[in-house]
Design a protein around this ligand. Structure first.
Ligand SMILES: Cc1cc2nc3c(=O)[nH]c(=O)nc-3n(C[C@H](O)[C@H](O)[C@H](O)COP(=O)(O)OP(=O)(O)OC[C@H]3O[C@@H](n4cnc5c(N)ncnc54)[C@H](O)[C@@H]3O)c2cc1C
Length: 412
């Protein structure tokens, strides 16, 4: 027999975005957070290094301490955290939840999707070869090491060179494995130069640019990978007993797809406006589900924004002005939020967030609507692949609310 529940607000996903929204709403609303893992906290729970909490908590702490603090904050504020419970279906209001206690139907007046993003595994990257043990994404690696205390080998190859790739190197080191090679398909490593330099010096990791892993080798356990140097066209074997596929993010958007929400073409994230509303009334989204992948504090700040929007919805605010879609043009692959409505707040942090496929040291960003340039800003920070590129919202100050879609691109 299926249990029936009712709540004012259901939040799907107990990571930084969902927990922060829960804490902000719980004082005045009945809030239920549904989290598929045994403990709330999201990715930071098993990301056991420093670097969390700067913008939201005004501190720097480790992932597990940050996760605990957010979960305790939501709990103390009065939100109910339903863990080991996965939302497997819904029709926009009633969520179907599968938990060890059986099936539960949860009806809510407002739903916040805060399901985060994940890295594409080897299969999705179509890397051929054998099917041995010892192949992970960073998330899987950190789960094995920090949650289950498993051994992950002694010699690893890390595919990717973003911030998260260095997080994988640290986890491997913690587990007693040396990273013998990091590969990047680009001509430069993707992380901040200072991080890359510190990583190379501190961990002695060689980074091979313009290099890809072409094959995984090993019967039973990984024994090596074949890598291709695109500069020389030469392939070589690298002996290792672990391979970690890092970055290459995809939003955990299955529930958004089930409901038929519009998706952003470049990121496959649900399309939202600056108040973080999706196109379905009473359905909101926040965190890395919208921008794969930003830091946890920015996901948490989304949580605060979405809480304010949910509160407005619950108090009866319904009439929305039509929005103007905002699209990214190459080399920008996506931009969020993708809809701007007159009267809505500026995006979180006063910036649009975007992703680029090309490195530009001093970018000038241009917005074009109906064939006319409506804004232009220069940023002192680069547009760099592998990390979020932030664009001041003042770029869209000249937007015509009755005009057609705006295209945002980098000036050549
Ligand atoms: C290896 C690594 C290192 C990182 N290092 C840093 C760092 O140093 N500093 C920093 O600020 N950020 C760091 N980040 C980024 C940070 O972890 C994310 O920005 C943050 O976790 C995003 O929060 P979120 O709430 O959007 O998503 P998540 O943390 O991914 O949380 C989403 C939650 O939703 C749950 N969920 C998904 N689907 C369902 C469902 N159907 N039903 C129920 N529950 C569901 C998941 O179990 C998960 O708990 C790192 C990320 C990684 C992968």
């Amino acid at each position: 027999m299926r249990e029936q529940r009712r709540t004012r607000v259901a939040i799907v996903g107990g990571g930084p975005a969902g927990l922060t929204a829960a804490k902000a709403l719980a004082g005045t609303e009945d809030v239920l957070v549904i989290e598929r893992e045994a403990e709330a906290g999201g990715i930071p729970r098993h990301s056991n290094h420093w670097g969390y909490g700067v913008r939201d908590l005004r501190t720097v702490t480790t992932g597990p301490a940050y996760a605990r603090r957010l979960a305790e904050g939501a709990d103390e504020a009065g939100a109910e955290l339903m863990t080991s419970a996965m939302v497997t279906g819904w029709d926009g209001r009633t969520l179907e939840v599968t938990s060890p206690n059986g099936l539960v139907s949860v009806e809510a007046d407002a739903v916040v999707l805060a399901t985060g993003a994940r890295e594409r595994p080897r299969t999705a990257r179509r890397i051929p070869g054998d099917r041995p043990a010892g192949v992970y994404t960073t998330g899987e690696l950190q789960n094995h090491v920090h949650v289950y205390g498993h051994s992950v080998g002694t010699r690893a190859v890390v595919v990717g060179s973003e911030l998260v790739s260095w997080s994988a190197v640290m986890t491997l080191r913690h587990a007693g494995a040396r990273t013998v090679l990091m590969t990047s398909a680009r001509s430069e490593a993707d992380t901040y130069a200072a991080v890359g330099l510190a990583g190379r010096v501190a961990f002695g990791v060689p980074v091979a640019t313009r290099t890809t892993v072409e094959r995984v080798i090993g019967k039973g356990r990984v024994t090596g990978v074949e890598v291709l140097d695109h500069a020389t066209g030469r392939s070589r074997m690298v002996a290792c007993d672990s391979v970690v596929f890092t970055a290459d993010w995809i939003p955990d958007h299955e529930l958004a797809v089930k409901l038929g929400l519009n998706l952003q073409p470049g990121s496959l994230a649900p399309l939202v406006d600056t108040a973080l509303r999706t196109q379905a009334p009473g359905v909101f989204a926040a965190g890395n589900l919208l921008h794969p992948v930003d830091t946890a504090d920015n996901a948490a700040l989304d949580g605060r924004r979405v809480a304010a929007s949910v509160r407005r919805w619950l108090s009866g605010a319904r009439n929305l002005a039509d929005g103007v879609p905002v699209h990214a043009a190459e080399p920008l692959t996506w931009i969020a939020p993708g809809l701007v409505r007159p009267g809505d707040p500026a995006p979180v942090g006063g910036r649009l967030v975007a992703w680029t496929s090309e490195y530009v040291r001093f970018p000038t960003v241009v917005a074009v609507q109906d064939g006319r340039e409506i804004g232009r800003v220069r940023t002192p920070w680069p547009a760099a692949p592998g990390r979020i590129f932030r664009i001041p919202f003042s770029l869209l100050a000249g937007l015509d609310p009755s005009g057609s879609a705006v295209e945002v691109r980098l000036a050549s």
